[in-house]
Design a protein around this ligand. Structure first.
Ligand code: SF4
Length: 224
């Protein structure tokens, strides 16, 4: 825990977002939800995983990634010595699309403010997108098969696009890549912390966060 951070304020902010999400009617998805799924994780999470949308299990429990895909995410986290309790896990949309269809652009747009506020509160050092819908927010126009595992510094954080666990379950041939991509995260975190510390010593002001995720800079973390 960082003594300079007001974790109580972060917890209160996250709770406020969860309360708003639970009664939100900003898009059509509210009509079919049993429980909204705002996301969950510790207030001091360094890593924020962003998936696409809740599925049936998530809709029933109000928790993200609790079905088969969630178990696979937990297995992948275990490979880097973490559990789901160490990271924040959320989704691009907080309510389940009917029959698990893809979220629509207008639904993603309607829900984006909640995700943005969660990012602003938590200030994660690493954002790991899961699947193409969350990737699109940080790497517009990119193709997941081309950019998975390729991290980029965006402001004070690093964003790394990962395959969605549900995709891996349908395409087990992607598993070795998925493991390799996940295994990059500890080193990315360590390297970013070092670079930010160096910049602080040198008096280099980190880029100011913008209300929306920063546009990609093309800067690869490996070049830092
Ligand atoms: S998906 Fe998001 S915007 Fe749509 S109703 Fe649920 S919380 Fe509101």
């Amino acid at each position: 825990m960082d003594e300079t951070v007001d974790y109580a304020a972060i917890a209160a902010g996250l709770a406020e977002i969860a309360a708003e999400v639970s009664v939100c009617t900003a898009c059509e998805l509210h009509k079919g939800r049993t429980c909204a799924v705002p996301g969950e994780g510790p207030v001091n999470a360094d890593i924020f995983f962003i998936g696409e949308a809740p599925g049936r299990n998530e809709d029933e429990t109000g928790r993200p990634f609790v079905g088969q895909a969630g178990h696979l995410l937990e297995d992948l986290l275990e490979k880097i010595g973490l559990t789901r309790d160490d990271v924040f896990i959320g989704n691009v949309v907080k309510c389940r699309p009917p029959q698990n269809r893809d979220p629509r652009p207008e639904e993603i747009a309607a829900c984006s403010g909640y995700l943005q506020r969660q990012l602003e509160l938590l200030k994660p050092k690493v954002v790991a997108t899961l699947g193409r819908y969350s990737m699109e927010k940080f790497f517009p126009g990119a193709k997941i098969t081309k950019v998975h595992g390729k991290a980029e510094r965006q402001g004070k954080r690093v964003v790394i696009p990962l395959y969605h666990p549900a995709y891996i379950l349908r395409n087990m041939a992607a598993m070795p890549d998925a493991v390799r991509d996940m295994q990059r995260i500890p080193r990315l975190l360590e390297r970013l912390e070092q670079v930010l510390a160096d910049e602080a010593v040198q008096g280099i002001k980190p880029p100011v966060p913008t209300p929306e995720p920063e546009a990609p800079t093309g800067e690869q973390l490996s070049l830092l």
